[in-house]
Design a protein around this ligand. Structure first.
Ligand SMILES: Cc1cc2ncn([C@H]3O[C@H](COP(=O)(O)O)[C@@H](O)[C@H]3O)c2cc1C
Ligand SMILES: O=C(O)c1cccnc1
Length: 593
């Protein structure tokens, strides 16, 4: 059948029905463009697949009940459906039911296990020997997946360039078998604790046919909800964001100097969580707080003192001359004086949370430092961001150093809590936020202590101009965070960055506050990646970009009260919650092991 069709460029033409192929893909480009996701399975199927993938475990304990032949065939069929390089199907499955061969294989594995333990440190060796490797003897079926490598790599499509792609194909087959077994309630364990040559000898494999390991298969005599090695504090699954990179290799460890801070050992994290498991309460029933508590107990090895210190740093900001705050600069000194007297809002919050307070003058206007505050004022001229750098580089370094010392010292009391005051500093914070998050000035600017529409517009203009002036220096902020502080940073933010570094170095947790009170966490983590493990988001404030900055740090706030108080008020409230939680955890009822 034909139909008349008019094209814009010419006379009517005739068109015919699309010739649908009888083999291969019957869909048309039109169908696919109309419904690009039309190849998806039903949601229920997707959910089941995800369940099976998430529920797959390396099973080490088996019941002796036989595996029906048809299930074995189904599992092997799944293996045989795996992708293979150049469709070469290099796998062969050797099904072992002969108890004699199985026992000899188990003996080989026993020897390999002792040899391997000898290479480990005492502690890890002891734990390796504790791990259960008996599955080989218990499982009624052994499947040895071997890779036939006798075809030259150059003869297989895709293997000339990646000669080991045949082995990867076999690994895909193993994963398919694993998932098929799991879905059917069968357990599979992949044992590679063999000298490959010995295993090849046992199975009389020809030259260039290599074993991928021994798959134990049978009805499981354990049903582990999480990986056994994780449960045994051997290791832990890394968060996805640590293994995903975009566009290029961007691993912090590779791109930046490696951390000299001791990383929090995984075992310590797991043992803090294990300890929490023994409480007479549903695990993680305190939600976000429970996660923070486990982290704090891990950092302090369960012995952190039940106290802490608020470090309150204040400074004036030349950018305030652009009319970016609803308040006059003088307020900064007033608040610092009231803090020294113990009656500013931040100081009161600290005291009522049972925290100590250290007040720092990081650069207020006026001839002398606020009496009673620690004097850390910059000595070089300061700029307004729009026309000149905020700080001289030597002042940044001095502020960081002074902060480090204060952080180290504060860490002795327990939790270290950040607080800032500085009229105009939400403008400074917004400029920094543009660089570290990539937000536009419009999205980075918030209302601060109470700006109206005109002030917000002036803030946006000042931040846009500052960002423009800073230009391409922004590209390397992660390599040189001190340059970012010099260009756009406020002195109290630089000082608090040092506080985070010092506190983390001394092993303490650090509670972040609002926007200007969180950026020090971002900058410190850029200088020293291991700082990350020490950071706690006390709150998400009213300031527009704050959530984005916390997201950058991967932190969930303990409180969301729409605060816009600054001064560490929110962080002190959160710290008090953490201290209550710790006390509860340490003293509450426990269950029998
Ligand atoms: C009385 C008073 C006390 C404060 N304490 C902290 N802030 C908070 O507001 C200031 C930042 O807002 P902006 O960028 O809009 O100036 C910082 O001092 C911050 O800590 C205060 C603000 C005021 C008015
Ligand atoms: O984000 C904050 O903590 C904040 C917001 C407004 C004013 N001062 C601080």
């Amino acid at each position: 059948m034909s139909a008349e069709r008019t094209t814009p460029s010419g006379p009517a033409t005739t068109s015919w029905p699309r010739p649908t192929p009888l083999v291969g893909d019957a869909t048309s480009a039109q169908e696919r463009s109309a419904d690009p996701s039309g190849w998806a399975f039903e949601p229920g199927v997707i959910a089941s697949l995800d369940d099976v993938i998430a529920g797959r475990r390396d099973i080490r304990r088996f019941r002796s009940d036989a595996v029906p032949e048809h299930l074995l065939i189904e599992v092997l069929t799944a293996g045989h459906r795996a992708p293979s390089v150049g469709h070469s199907q290099p796998w062969r499955f050797i099904v072992v039911r002969d108890p004699g061969i199985r026992d000899r294989a188990a003996h080989l594995a026993d020897r390999a296990r002792l040899d391997q333990a000898a290479l480990l440190t005492d502690d890890r060796a002891a734990r390796m020997l504790d791990l259960k490797l008996e599955g080989l003897r218990e499982a009624p079926v052994g499947v040895v997946v071997v890779c036939d490598r006798r075809t030259p790599a150059s003869g297989v499509l895709g293997r000339a360039t990646f000669p080991d792609a045949d082995l990867w194909s076999c690994a895909c087959a193993i994963e398919n078998m694993w998932l098929a077994a799991r879905a059917r309630g069968l357990g599979m364990g992949w044992v590679t604790l063999f000298d490959p040559a010995e295993l090849a000898g046992l199975l009389e494999l020809p030259e260039d046919v290599v074993p991928m390991g021994w798959m134990c298969l049978g009805w499981p005599d354990e049903r582990p909800p999480s990986p056994g090695l994780e449960r045994a504090a051997w290791s832990k699954r890394m968060p996805l964001h640590e293994v995903v990179m975009r566009d290029r290799w961007t691993d912090d460890g590779a791109a930046h100097p490696l951390s000299h801070l001791d990383r929090l050992p995984q075992e310590t994290i797991v043992s803090a969580t294990d300890e929490a498991d023994g409480l007479l309460a549903p695990p993680e029933s305190l939600g976000v707080l429970d996660r923070v508590l486990s982290r704090v107990e891990a950092l302090g090895r369960g012995r952190m003192p039940l106290g802490g210190t608020v470090v309150l740093a204040g400074a004036s900001h030349p950018v305030a001359s652009w009319g970016v705050s609803a308040y006059p600069d003088r307020v900064t000194r007033d608040v610092l004086e009231a803090a020294v007297a113990g009656v500013a809002m931040g100081a009161m919050s600290a005291r009522s949370a049972g925290l100590d307070l250290v007040v720092v003058d990081a650069g207020t206007a006026g001839g002398q430092a606020v009496p009673g505050a620690i004097d850390a004022r910059p000595t070089e001229p300061r700029g307004d961001l729009v026309n000149a750098d905020a700080l001289h580089r030597t002042d940044v370094d001095r502020l960081l150093d002074a902060g480090r010392r204060l952080g180290q010292h504060a860490a002795r009391s327990g939790i270290v809590v950040l607080g800032e005051v500085g009229i105009g500093n939400t403008t400074v914070a917004a400029a920094l936020t543009c660089v570290v998050t990539g937000l536009s000035p419009r999205d980075a600017v918030g209302v601060g202590a109470g700006a109206d529409t005109d002030i917000v517009e002036r803030k946006q203009a000042a931040v846009a101009a500052a960002r423009e002036r800073f230009g391409a220096r922004a590209d390397s902020w992660r390599d040189d965070p001190a340059d970012l502080l010099a260009g756009l940073g406020g002195p109290e933010i630089a000082l608090l960055t040092g506080v985070v570094l010092g506190a983390a170095d001394a092993g303490a947790p650090v509670v972040l506050d609002g926007l200007a009170g969180s950026l020090p966490g971002v900058l410190a983590a850029a200088i020293e990646p291991s700082v990350q493990a020490h950071l706690i988001a006390g709150q998400r404030s009213r300031e527009r970009a704050h959530g984005k900055v916390l997201g950058l740090l991967g932190l969930e706030p303990l409180l969301t009260l729409r605060l816009r108080s600054g001064e560490g008020v929110g962080a002190a409230l959160a710290a008090s919650l953490v201290l209550q939680g710790l006390r509860t955890r340490r003293e509450m009822a426990r269950t029998e092991p």
